[in-house]
Ligand binder design. Sequence first.
Ligand code: N01
Length: 548
Amino acid sequence: MVFDEKKEYDAIIIGGGFGGVYHLHHLRQLGFNVHMFEAGSQLGGVWYWNCYPGARVDTECPVYQFTDSEIFKDFKWTERYPGRDELRRYFDHVDKIWDLKKDISFNSRVTAAHWNKEATRWDVTVAQFQGGSQIKGITEITAHAKSILCCTGFASKPYTPPFAGMDKFKGQMYHTSEWPQEGIDLKGKRVGVIGTGASGVQVVQTIFPDVKELTVFQRTPNYALPMGQTKITDERNQEFKDQYPEMVKKIKSTFAGFLYDFDTGECLKATEEERRELYERLYTTGGLHFWLGTYQDVLKNKEANDTAYKFWREKTIARINNKETAEILAPKVAPHPYGTKRVSLENGYFEVFNRDNAHVVNVKKNPIETFTANGIKTADGKEHELDVIVLATGFDSISGGITLIDIRGEDGTSLKDKWAQGVWTYLGMTSVGFPNMFMVYGPQAPTAFATGPSSAEMQGEWIGKCLTHMRDQNLTTIKPTPEAEDEWRTHVNDVGKMGLFSDTESWYFGTNIPGKPKEALNYMAGMPMYKQKCWESANNGYRGFVMA
Ligand code: N01
């Protein structure tokens, strides 16, 4: 690692996940002087931090990777849905080909970035420490750059609800995204898992063979779908490579950057048999097909949506032996429309609850009252005795990772204060008052409705062109206009209200965090529309921006 505190970089990249890695490579290729700071001791972003048992991506192979042929041509995937270790191996491969590490400082958390008006640059404060979970010997350094790129990802600020009595618990307790890198021995332990989002589902289905007793505290059921995990053979890997150009075209043209898209038919116009046939096919294909490949009106029309929920429930309850347990995991009356909270992929999750040593507690009806020295006490007075508590309670998503940094713009206002009543960006990449600051895979962009690699490449191309244009034209600053920003915010929120998603409390709308304003945190019109909007601005003299 060679970092020069005296140097003024063209750009500082904050975060070494897919977004940061792509921008480091791409901007360097364009001739910019770039340095990256990463808080972890390895590349990977969420795939570094989320090392809980069972962490795995639920985007199907070979979609979840960069489309650069140099990277693509030699990497062999082993599973249809790669696990965390495989993804870490992928990042090592990318690093080897793109020679990234020479421009990266690891164990380096950016704590502040202040716009320096006089020098027309960002002054960035970085806390450097010895890595791993034992943070020791913090020193502070300052970096200077014309631009900053916040590649902090959408899930970098873990959320732990303030349960009463947490400090009393004498056992071990970990948030899934702060899991010790060295792992935890759960053999023969009584384990409680709070939360049944993607992380909770993965932990539960992975640890149950080892633990003595498993208690899952569920507030909202997860309409999880069978993953359909398979091994990827050498022949299949070869097919991926042969089909590479076609696949890239597809990835770049579908709603979420997948190889498939919503079915263009209308659910309610189909006959019962036609609908059943499609649902069966999508469900047995496995993966997210029964979510992002179903009739396009299922996520927009409640009546259509009910048919999908009914089908999902029928399939799910058939797998659960106990009727009461089935009613908790897949209730007769849907607690929210199908697919309006993130659908997870599961691998035997529902069957876990057929075992005598696995229990699910419906904390909506019977809330967690307090943690005790020995476990968790619920409102019915029962004390659930536990050795380990897993907090799979999610994140202050999308905007939380950015506002964790003390970012101060032109007039000294912090981004956190600016966004206290809601997020304001233009095109999900820039914000008024914060010149030369770019956000990648952040708020008001497709983010959680697209894959990390495809978003990184799309936004990277745009940001790269923009910075090149500024360099060519001898321009030093770019900032959006307040009008363009207001218009974008309104558009993002209008789109967010169009389907059934906004009827549901979820992190997509910030409502999982007490006090966070309810708003569309993602641009939900799909990647193709987003791309069109971004390039419309660039191709029209960066309409909506002031460059000087
Ligand atoms: O977090 P979540 P996550 N009392 O917010 C519950 C990505 N990801 O880490 O739904 C009791 O989804 C909360 O309940 P409720 C992926 O995009 C991807 O699981 O708010 N429970 C919920 O069940 C994913 O969507 C992968 O009622 C409480 C859970 O905690 C995103 O990251 C793997 C509670 C939080 O679920 C976040 O997933 C992992 C309380 N006070 C993550 N507060 C893959 O690619 C919260 N909960 C597979």
